[in-house]
Ligand binder design. Sequence first.
Ligand SMILES: NC(=O)C1=CN([C@@H]2O[C@H](COP(=O)(O)OP(=O)(O)OC[C@H]3O[C@@H](n4cnc5c(N)ncnc54)[C@H](OP(=O)(O)O)[C@@H]3O)[C@@H](O)[C@H]2O)C=CC1
Ligand SMILES: CC(C)CCC[C@@H](C)[C@H]1CC[C@H]2C3=C(CC[C@]12C)[C@@]1(C)CCC(=O)C[C@@H]1CC3
Length: 345
Amino acid sequence: MATRTRPSSKRCAVIGGSGFLGRHLVERLVDRGYTVNVFDIRQAYELPGVTFHQGDLCDRQALLLALKEVSVVFHCASPAPASDDRALFQRVNIDGTRTVIQACHEAGVQKLILTSSASVVFEGTDIKNGREDLPYAKKPIDYYTETKIVQEKLVLEACSKEKGFLTVAIRPHGIFGPRDPQLVPILIDTARRGKMKFIIGDGSNLVDFTYVENVVHGHILAAEHLKADSPLCGQAYHITNDEPVRFWDFMSQILEGLGYSAPRYHLPYTLVYGIALLLWLMALVLRPLIRIKPTFTPMRVALAGTHHYYSCARAKKDMGYQPLVPLREAIVRTVESYPHLRKGA
Ligand SMILES: NC(=O)C1=CN([C@@H]2O[C@H](COP(=O)(O)OP(=O)(O)OC[C@H]3O[C@@H](n4cnc5c(N)ncnc54)[C@H](OP(=O)(O)O)[C@@H]3O)[C@@H](O)[C@H]2O)C=CC1
Ligand SMILES: CC(C)CCC[C@@H](C)[C@H]1CC[C@H]2C3=C(CC[C@]12C)[C@@]1(C)CCC(=O)C[C@@H]1CC3
């Protein structure tokens, strides 16, 4: 058992602190006077006021070193959704999260803030202004989502006022911003390969894209409002930009901002989804022989061709959440942060 001294409420740990969201969170926490321990499988940077602990979150002993004298833990580590590796998701998101909870208990941590995902309720069909009381997806769209559901349940069920261990889950959607390794890089790579010519469906579907600083703001508000007598205990909260936007308008603004043409021609949603499913099944069957990574996966097609936007009324009410950076400004900042992805660069 780790030795316990009374932890300071300004000493926290960020599991996954080398990642896209994690690093933005760490930077903001340091600005706000927190002392931060980062626990991650890799060390991506150095920052005054931050101590790095490199390790796998499935390793309880390694975690315990990073959680020593820490009162608040942010858990935002996950394998990338694109890895599509069921065993890895199971090991890290489910078994690993159990280990995180156990290590928090042993180290005397008081609060655990999980980065979940609004996708835990998404089954590939329209969601308009979805609230947190929507049921979890019965048929999650991929392994990533399947394990994020179990992970969220584990964390919320671990909330215990009696034990002095409080938990909350933040459900962001479509995080974007400087240093994001997914959305903008995948989009530009697809455009560079000449595959961003088509709009899937009629292009009117509304989606939430959330600027990373707003997601960070939601996490810190949650940590600071999570108290034994607060409504946050054991609850999930949507955190979005609160400005649903047409999926294809958003993509077009990023593409045009970086000097690429916006997609113009329409393809029927069911046709593209069917092809994507077929390619995914082929990739699965051929996996022992050759590893194929289709660009248009069923998950991406579903995300690109349906309405899915979420209400953050609960976060506004319970923790005073308001997005700090509006969408228009967020897109400008994001485009400016990727000079190397500009056309011709
Ligand atoms: N990006 C998005 O649009 C959304 C993300 N989320 C959630 O937000 C969180 C952060 O996502 P994001 O910042 O985009 O992801 P990143 O991949 O950028 O960050 C995750 C970090 O966790 C690390 N990690 C992975 N496995 C382990 C492990 N076993 N032990 C320790 N560290 C590990 C990763 O290392 P490595 O890179 O080497 O794998 C990476 O540094 C995730 O929980 C994700 O599910 C939710 C909604 C939307
Ligand atoms: C090739 C194009 C049709 C789409 C390019 C952009 C996509 C890479 C992104 C559009 C929506 C994004 C998204 C996620 C990852 C990147 C996108 C698919 C998540 C799956 C990341 C993890 C989550 O928890 C949910 C996100 C939903 C939106």
